[in-house]
Design a protein around this ligand. Structure first.
Ligand SMILES: O=c1[nH]c(=O)c2[nH]c(=O)[nH]c2[nH]1
Length: 325
């Protein structure tokens, strides 16, 4: 590695080579490494005609491979600069269809693996930050959008050069609330328990969901996300006439997962992470005047909150009944 070296008023270029033995006698071993770019944000506009489509993505890319000499010797000759990785993502957003997102991730990973033979695996995490079309006089606008609701879609991929890719999709930050048909009773009461039992409480959560696939199908990718979300929302809300009682966050989670696996054959496992976002009834009892509070005024709470997580998978019996891919 040439470095500039001053001697008096003269500048010499000196090539420094570290003796091999010195490099290997550290007593340490680099056992794991990967690197890439985080927070690569871009907006892809599809403008095939007057009606434009938009997708705002946030990508994290991490490469695995033979990059050890960069760490151990300061030799960057095997490094695809993270800046180049970012530029590649921008270019591939133009060159490959961005929808379905799962398919785009597979294309991106294949592109890196094809062009750099010393990369052994590509890890991608892509988040889609939604934009909804603005409606003017009830009609969808061609090219004007408002920030969307309904959570942030996520796709994760680890694509090894040899072996099976692991692909998952899902969403986070789907904020939902129901004002009744939720309770929590029959739990252990020990010397520290103060929580009263209830059959009528607010149930609110910020749903995170991740599912894996048992087959990769371009057409299935697009529809699965919407179907999973639809099932999650309808199970949470319950029957349109009167709702469906939830005895716990745990049971609602499990019922949702079961319905997804029963309805969508391409989903192999599904995980939910459900914070129990607490809304507590405001206590009017000590007011000097009588103000009734019949589950009408609640205060929010920023302190500790419940967190319920589970993964539900198909068991071997359900595999036997499934069509071969
Ligand atoms: O649905 C619930 N599950 C719990 O495990 C729990 N624990 C708690 O205090 N409230 C609730 N609610």
């Amino acid at each position: 590695m040439p470095v500039a070296c001053m001697c008096g008023s003269r500048v010499y270029k000196v090539k420094i080579t570290m003796p091999e033995t010195k490099r290997e006698s550290t007593g340490f071993e680099l056992t794991k490494q990967r690197y890439g770019k985080n927070n690569v944000k871009f907006l892809r506009v599809v403008r095939d005609g007057p009606k434009h489509e938009v997708k705002e993505l946030r990508v994290r890319i991490l490469l695995e491979g033979a990059f050890e000499i960069s760490y151990t010797q300061g030799d960057n000759s095997t490094i695809v600069a993270t800046d180049t990785q970012k530029n590649t993502l921008f270019a591939l957003a133009k060159l490959h269809p961005i929808e379905p997102l799962e398919q785009w991730c597979l294309q991106v990973a294949n592109d890196f693996l094809a062009r750099h033979k010393h990369i052994s695996a590509v890890n991608l995490k892509v988040e889609e930050h939604p934009w909804d079309r603005i409606r003017v006089s009830g009609k969808e606008h061609d090219h004007a959008f408002e920030k969307g609701s309904g959570g942030i879609r996520i796709v994760k991929l680890r694509m090894p050069r040899n072996g099976t890719p692991s692909l998952s999709a899902g969403f986070r930050d789907l904020e939902i609330l129901k004002t009744t048909q939720s309770g929590f009773e029959g739990f252990i009461r020990d010397e520290y328990t103060t929580l009263p039992e209830t059959r009528d409480r607010v149930f609110a959560t910020k749903m995170k969901c991740e599912y894996t696939f048992n087959r990769f199908s371009r057409t299935a990718f697009s529809s699965i996300q919407e179907k999973v979300k639809e099932i999650a929302l309808s199970t949470f809300a319950g029957n349109i006439e009167g709702g469906t009682y939830s005895p716990s966050v745990q049971q609602t989670l499990y019922q949702t997962a079961q319905k997804v696996l029963n309805t969508i054959p391409e989903v192999e496992t599904i995980s939910f992470s459900l914070p129990n976002v607490h809304y507590y009834l405001c206590d009017f009892k000590n007011f000097k005047t009588n103000v009734p509070n019949n589950n009408e005024v609640f205060h929010t709470y920023d302190g500790p909150s419940g967190l319920i997580e589970a993964t539900v998978s198909r068991n071997s019996a359900s595999h036997l009944g499934r069509a071969k891919m």
